[in-house]
Design a protein. Sequence first.
Length: 429
Amino acid sequence: MPKLICPACDQRFNLTDNRVVCDCGGLLNLVQPLEKLKKQNLKEIFDSRLGARELPDASGVWRYRELLFPVEKIMSRGEGNTRLYPAPQISVELDVEVLFKHEGENPSGSFKDRGMTAAISAGANIGCRNFVCASTGNTSASLASYCAANDLNGIVIIPEGKIAFGKLSQALAFGAKVLQVEGDFDAAMQLVNELGRRFNPENPSESVYVLNSVNPFRIEGQKTIVLEILQQLAWEAPDWIVLPAGNLGNTSAFGKAISEAFDLGLIDKKPRLAAVQATGANPFFNYFKSGWEKFESVENPETIATAIKIGNPQSFLRAKRSIETTNGIVLEATEDEILDAKATIDAAGIGCEPASACSLAGIRQLVKSGEIKPGQKIVGVLTGHLLKDPDTTVNYHSGRLAVSNAARVNRPQKIEADLDAIFKAIGRE
Ligand code: F0G
């Protein structure tokens, strides 16, 4: 059985202790029984489930359940199974092989569904009915969807006016209680942490269960992004995996997945991780740059990539470990770099929301600095769907955003309603 261990004070819990965080406030780490797992032919087991029609095997999360945790009843929407797209134009331009793992293809349009199915199943199995998260948008959309589908009460706490419209519309449509608070994500997260401290493991049905990535079961679910990438590459690890970073749950999950896959012999080399923050919301980048000397939160974070507009990421210690154990790097991308990378991914016919484009912005920087070598294989993770934030896309292409390179701007044209005007507009006069 896996165990929950607090890295801060070394207190240990069984899964049946119904704990989300430690008494000391530390974030719990789910420790896998790797020696036992080594006795199973995991590659064969996982490969045999590909193409399955029925749950749990048909879920791109629960397919890897041996590496998650035991749970009686899963709450699944068949999440995962997202595509790994080749990006030939971008690869040629950069002289490397770039693939994009499109997590926007999950049921609610972001990678959050992977952590959500895991953590909500963990909570519901101990009798919880009320689920809460703070969110920059995607977690709230995912929580709302899973709660609606399973007749559970969803409560989402979001910074008023600061989340993209696609995400807000999902939370409302799925029927969650949407509580908008003044302030930013960090203020909302503080409230949720407070709620988490009031969780009573003896009385889960009356308590409110926290589904942010402080919850260790979220991390376990999100590990499957990496596991699925590795399986799609026939268990040949890429040289790099590059991802956007906000609250740092995903960075934590990726490092854990890579280490476990390596220790279990599923892969024979570890891909290097690159976590990419927005320049205006870059506390983890600063921490890395200081040689892990000092973590300082950023007051009033600001970025057009609202998903990662976070100044006080909860999982910075777990994420530090991920960077260290994968010989990884932390980068920051400017607004201009994010918007240009997004326009490039969109123009390749793949598309993503602004935060996701940090992946390509980071890949470009690493190629330029020589850290990524010619011919290397890089997986960029696209965390959310293009339609999550239609305003940013339309504003960009309408010329309403200041960008240094407007070459990709695709302005809509207004024409007379006649054929001559159409022929003129398409250059066939
Ligand atoms: N990309 C997208 C599209 C996101 O929604 C998030 C986080 C991230 C990247 C960063 O991931 O937090 O694990 O480092 N969104 C959270 C939310 C905070 O509330 O939806 P992270």
